[in-house]
Each structure stands twice: as C-alpha cells, then as structure tokens.
Write a protein that binds this ligand. Structure first.
Ligand code: NAD
Length: 499
C-alpha cells in the first residue's frame, strides 16, 4: 500500500501523527494509498519553514517571480498526461476532464505571469509642495488554502498561483481524498525555481484545518468546499483576525425559455448536468423550463440523450462521458436522495438506480437520473446532490422562473437559454447569482476575470483569480513623502490641507 507524504520545506516527509485517510480508486473501489493526516506539530513545522523563507521571496523582484510561473507552465504542459492520470485515478473523472482540470489551473498561472503589471502601485506626483503620495501592494506573508476533492489541480492553482506571484508563502491543505496531484504540483513549482518552503502541502483533516485557523503567523485563508465548512472557516478565521475568502456549495438553475433552441438546450443540459458525474460546483442541477409545452419538449429531447450517456472508468479514455463518484458514501448519499425524491412525489423519468458496470461492480458508479415535476419544498431541490441527478422544476412564467432561482439559498452559477435578447438582459441584470450564462450552461469565467458565487455560495468580499486575487493576496501601504524641504524649518502642529 502506497503511503503518501506531506511536502514540507522542499521535502517529502512521512506523516507522524499515526492517523491516515484511505485514498480510493473510485473506478474499482480499492484503497490505493494512505494519506497522512497532519498533527498540529506538523502544521507548525510547515508554518515555521514558510515564515523563514518568505521574506527573501518577497524581496525577489516580481519579474523574477513571474519567470518561475512561466517555467511552471512549461512543466505543467510537459507532465500533463502524468498529472491527468494521477488525478483521474484518485478522483475518478475522465481523462479528458482531468486534463481540463489542470488546464483551467494552468490558465490562472499564465495570468499570474502578469504579476509585475498587476502589482504596480499608485502614485500622485506633487500632492502638495514637494509632496508625493504613493501606494504599494505588499505581500501578506504566510498564507494558506484549503481545497475540495472535485478539482484537485485547478482550485489549488487558483489560490497558490496569485499568492506566490505576489510574494507570499503558501501552505496548501488539499482534500484528503485526492492529494497526489497537489503534491506533484508543489514538486513541479520547485523544479520551476521556487525556493524551498514557499509552497508546501500539509495533508490532513479538521485537525490540520483548525491548526491553520488558529495559527497566528498565517495571515490569510482561502477555502473552497461545502457551505457548512465554508461558514465555519469564515467565522473562525475572521474572528482570529485573518483575511478569509470561502466558497461553498451550489444549486445551479438553468432557465429554458419557450423560444430556446431546444436541441441546443438539451445538449447543454446533458453536458452540464452529468459531466464529471455532477460533481462540479458549476454543474446545472435544476432545469427550469418556462411553460408546460416547453417542459414537455425539453423532457422529450433530454431522455434519449441521457439514456445514451456512457458511464465508465477513466481508462476508457474518450469513450466515456463520466466516471464514478468519489466515494461509496457519496454514492449512498446520492441514491438516498433519489429515494427521497420519489417518496416526496417527484417523477423519476430516467432511473439510474440499477446501473452496473461489468468488471467494475465495486466501483462507485452512479447511473444518470432525471426527475420531472420537482417542487421547491422537496429535499432534492433544496439540497446540493453533487451527483448525476437533474431535477426539472416547471415554471409557469419567466417571472416565476426568475423568482425560483433568486429564492434558492445558493447563488453560485445560473444560465438562461433563449433567443430573446431582452429576456437575457433582464435576467443578467436582476438575478442575485454570481456567475451567469446566456446560452452558456457552465459560465466559469476565464482566469483574467474573477470567480465567485453569491448568497450561501460565497463568504468574503473578493473573488478568486483575476484582479481580485492580487487584492486578496496583498496589503496596500500608502506613503506620503515630502522632499526636499523636509521639516528643517521646524515642526508643524496643525493638521493642514495640502496646498
Ligand atoms: P468539503 O467541505 O467536505 O471539504 C473541503 C475541504 O474542507 C477539504 O480539504 C476537507 O478536508 C476540509 N474539511 C472537511 N470537513 C471539515 C471540517 N469538519 N472541519 C474543517 N475542515 C473540513 O467539500 P468536498 O466534498 O471536498 O467538495 C465538494 C463541495 O465543494 C461541494 O459542496 C461543492 O459545491 C463545493 N465546491 C464549491 C466550489 C466553489 O467555487 N463555490 C468549487 C468546487 C467545489
């Protein structure tokens, strides 16, 4: 059995707590590795190494730091297949989807190559006689991030790329379900020229997370995961005086207007609902056709597409549409919610409950499910299922559809499918959700824009990547300087306006 490590101060180190988590191959159900769960002392060792290394990294000019990012991009491309294989093996997502996970992170690293431009401060020449005012963006020091299982490459890179480009040290606590790719990324960053101790990976569970939350040296925390944990980390981190941004769960609605191209909408829904087995925070989990006739046409188009979906292991390459879910518990929870949906009166139009894959009977595969006639009081509507289950809620009008999405507690992503520009504009303007697609089912913004949900999907005031990330990972210092007359003529005792 492979025993995974932490990556502390440039070295793979074995866990010393005696506690481990099982890392599965979700396609076979086998335990393939043990992930060490850090103690407080192990976290302390990483923080000490980060604290010692960070000042020299911060003093390295931003262009040189950017060159490390540039080289890292080359290495990611060099090792793309190797990384994607490790990712699929632990997560279960298809091989092309694993490459997409790495690629979307890589694009954030590319954006961070622009750090010298992003870190330029502000300058006012001659704010008063002989007086200049300038603002600098300085790194925070030691920063940390806690990431979920579903994007083990992209989400760590969302965080550590801007943190490092800004001159911080970063401690990553990845998901204990798929920690191998984060460890590989840390190694690659050092191969790219990053000094030891600047990017470290400390594997663990709540013990490691709480050690981050309470460590007085750690200045900021980024979190992505489920909403209850996001809320916990935000509360405790903020009350400890840290800068915290937390992104949580989702229930993304797609509104289908009567004038939508129904084939296009159905194709989009199948990809966005079932891709990655529905384990994406930007997956569409609720279809909202406007009007019964639209709903009937949509269901008619959806059913054959869903029945044709190919579910299988990542080793089948391009021949599968989605793979297994991450654990047996995740599978049991999803199937439990399906039963609840039936019991509460929703109509199961496509039933994936009996799905079996020959040769992979112990894998965590879940067949695709489609519900119709779901109502807002049902558990399958209120809860994030995070599996290949799409719920259809029929709305009587556009206003009703809009209100439905607005009243849901989550506000990560949403989409509208229509040919009517006026409806699309109105929707984009009024909806209280962070990321909106117009005839685009998964509107994940590219690296140079920012990513973030509203309501219970996001806590904190700055988004991930894009310009916000350079704000999140720096502090502004503003200097007022007077040259050359100085104060040699004597002190001034009144607070004077600038002349
Ligand atoms: P999770 O909340 O179970 O775990 C996320 C991280 O928190 C992991 O590193 C885990 O070790 C840690 N953690 C778990 N329980 C903890 C506890 N009690 N105390 C402290 N730390 C704890 O989430 P997950 O299952 O890994 O990921 C799926 C969730 O993430 C879904 O809800 C999904 O919507 C969400 N997600 C959100 C976004 C977004 O940008 N909004 C992106 C991806 C995933």
């Amino acid at each position: 059995m492979q025993e995974l490590t932490h990556y502390i101060n440039g070295q793979h180190v074995k866990g010393t707590s005696g506690r481990f988590a099982d890392v599965f191959n979700p396609a076979t159900g086998e335990v393939q590795a043990k992930c060490p769960l850090a103690s407080v002392e192990e976290m302390d060792a990483a923080v000490a190494a980060a604290q010692a290394a960070q000042p020299a990294w911060a003093a390295t000019n931003p262009q040189r730091r950017a060159r490390v990012m540039m080289e890292f991009v080359r290495l990611l491309n060099r090792d793309m297949d190797k990384l994607a294989e490790a990712l699929s093996r632990e997560h279960g997502k298809t091989f092309p989807d694993a490459k997409g996970d790495i690629q979307r992170g890589l694009e954030v690293v590319e954006y961070c190559i622009g750090a010298p431009q992003m870190l330029k401060g502000e300058f006012t020449d001659g704010a008063g006689p002989g007086i200049d005012i300038y603002s600098m963006r300085q790194p925070l020091g030691v920063t940390a991030g806690i990431t979920p299982f579903n994007f083990p490459a992209m989400i760590p890179m969302w965080m550590f790329a801007p943190a490092l480009a800004c001159g911080n040290a970063f401690i990553l606590k990845p998901s204990e379900r798929d920690p191998s790719v984060p460890l590989m990324l840390a190694e690659l960053m050092e191969e790219a020229g990053l000094p030891k101790g600047i990017l470290q990976v400390v594997n663990g569970d709540k013990v490691a997370v709480d050690a981050i939350l309470d460590h007085e040296v750690i200045q900021s925390i980024g979190f992505v995961g489920s909403t209850p944990i996001a809320q916990y980390i935000y509360g405790r981190g903020c009350s400890n005086g840290k800068r915290v941004q937390c992104f949580g769960g989702a229930k993304n609605h797609m509104i289908i207007m009567p004038d939508a191209d129904m084939d296009q909408a159905a194709d989009a829904l199948v990809g966005a609902g079932y891709g990655a087995a529905g384990e994406r925070c930007m997956a569409i989990s609720v279809a909202v056709p406007v009007g019964d006739e639209t709903a009937d046409r949509l269901i008619e188009k959806l059913v054959p597409r869903i029945e044709k979906l190919k579910v299988g292991p990542y080793t089948a390459g391009n021949d599968v549409d989605y793979g297994p879910v991450v654990t047996a518990e995740a599978k049991a929870r999803i199937l439990g919610l399906v039963e609840t949906g039936i019991a509460q009166g929703a109509k199961l139009v496509v039933d994936g409950r009996d799905f079996k894959l020959q040769g992979y009977e112990d894998g965590f595969f879940v067949g695709p499910h489609l519900f119709d006639h779901v109502t807002p009081d049902m558990d399958i509507y209120t809860q994030e299922i995070f599996g290949p289950v799409l719920s259809t809620v029929r709305a009587g009008s556009y206003e009703e559809a809009l209100k439905l999405a607005m009243d849901h507690e989550y506000g990560n992503g949403t989409a509208i499918f229509t040919r009517d520009g006026d409806a699309a504009r109105d929707f984009a303007a009024r909806i209280n959700i962070g990321m909106v697609g117009i005839n685009v089912p998964i509107p994940v913004p590219l690296a140079y824009h920012t990513f973030g949900g509203w309501k219970k999907s996001g806590f904190g005031d700055l988004n991930q990547h894009g310009p916000d990330s350079f704000k999140f990972y720096t502090r502004t210092k503003t200097v007022t300087a007077r040259w050359p007359s100085g104060i040699k003529e004597g002190g001034e005792f009144n607070f004077k306006p600038m002349d």
